[in-house]
Ligand binder design. Structure first.
Ligand code: TYD
Length: 330
């Protein structure tokens, strides 16, 4: 698998090694800003775990990771943050488009029996009403979403053209432990724990559907095992909330007030108002989320409270420069 040191990838590594005694995992990861060896600390001495440092866009590295063979490749490696893609789209094209291409070629070359592409609900674009199904057109509207859509289209084209045994999962907004603090929930939680303000984009009435990272990891494992090649599966949490609703809940959980802690700032350009996923297809395959949102969010806040040793070094490093660049002019 790729991207195993990231947020969702590391949850998948921990999940698979815990649940499946018969499985071993090789992680190929470039250890970019968002990849963190601490995310897999609890499994790094497991004999079934192997790590290769490298770029998914580097075919020689991919070959080295595949080694004598693999039953499946699961691609978690990606540039994922919309706001970064607005500042610097090129890295997104390289990893999310070129990297996916290099992996698909490796799947063909090595005759690997399954390739699962971890994608996102953002490829569907803004959905004003209802919920996106897998049959809907994709209309990405940010450089990030367009790069993921480019990856997805190649994956589906390889299935049509070469019969490559591919699967795609499209997850909704994911939250939980080990999420890099550039994203809404961990950014707001860590700012609030530090008594700092939180930047709400625009009116804060944008809607996202939240999925716990453990449910997401379990969903990917489920689709990998039970999905039909060539198919796309939406993994939606079923927890639609406005950003303001999330913010108010986080204020409550950290004991902060709206008046002192919330700052409405200039909106993200091209900001999608609403994402919503129809996850019936994955449910019919036998997966459904288990973590209740209220409990999941409370546990996540508690995790960040207890794991300052994880996030404080991140927020005091290069992140400060990113934060200044991203938010100073808002
Ligand atoms: P984010 O976590 O970046 O995920 P995505 O853009 O992929 O959905 O953002 C979630 C929502 O929170 C999105 O509507 C943008 C909003 N947001 C803010 O209002 N302020 C922030 O500082 C961030 C990072 C996000």
């Amino acid at each position: 698998m790729t991207g195993g040191l990231g947020f969702i990838g590391s949850a998948f590594v921990r999940h698979v090694l815990r649940e499946r005694a018969d499985v071993s995992v090789t992680v190929l990861d470039l250890v970019t800003y968002a990849g963190n060896p601490a995310n897999v600390a609890e499994v790094e001495h497991d004999p079934r775990y192997r790590f290769v440092k490298g770029d998914i866009a580097d075919a020689a590295r991919v070959d080295e990771a595949v080694g004598d063979g693999a039953d499946a490749i699961v691609n978690f490696a990606a540039e994922t943050h919309v706001d970064r893609s607005i500042l610097d789209p090129e890295a997104f094209i390289r990893t999310d488009v070129m990297g996916t291409h290099v992996l698909l070629e490796a799947v063909r070359r090595h005759g690997i029996a399954r390739f699962l592409q971890v994608s996102t609900d953002e490829v569907y674009g803004d959905v004003e009403h209802g919920a996106s199904t897998e049959a809907d057109a994709i209309r990405p509207r940010s450089p990030y979403a367009a790069s993921k859509a480019g990856g997805d289209l190649q994956v589906l084209a390889y299935h049509a053209t070469f019969g490559t045994p591919v699967l795609i999962t499209r997850g909704s907004n994911t939250y939980g432990p080990y999420q890099y603090p550039e994203k809404l929930i961990p950014l707001f939680v860590t700012n609030l724990l530090d008594g700092e303000q939180v930047p709400v984009y625009g009116d804060g009435r944008q809607v996202r559907d939240w999925l716990h990272v453990d449910d997401h990891a379990r969903g990917i494992a489920h689709v990998l095992e039970h999905g039909t090649p060539g198919e796309v599966y939406n993994l939606g949490g079923g927890n639609s909330r406005t950003n303001l609703e999330i913010t108010r809940e986080l204020l409550r959980l950290t004991g902060r007030s709206y008046e002192t802690s919330v700052r409405h700032v200039v909106d993200r350009p091209g900001h999608d108002r609403r994402y919503a996923l129809d996850a019936e297809k994955a449910r019919a395959l036998g997966w459904s989320p288990r973590v209740g949102f209220a409990q999941g969010l409370a546990d996540t806040v508690q995790w960040y409270r207890e794991r300052e040793s994880w996030w404080r070094p991140i927020k005091s490093g290069d992140f400060r420069e990113y934060y200044r660049r991203q938010y100073a002019l808002r």
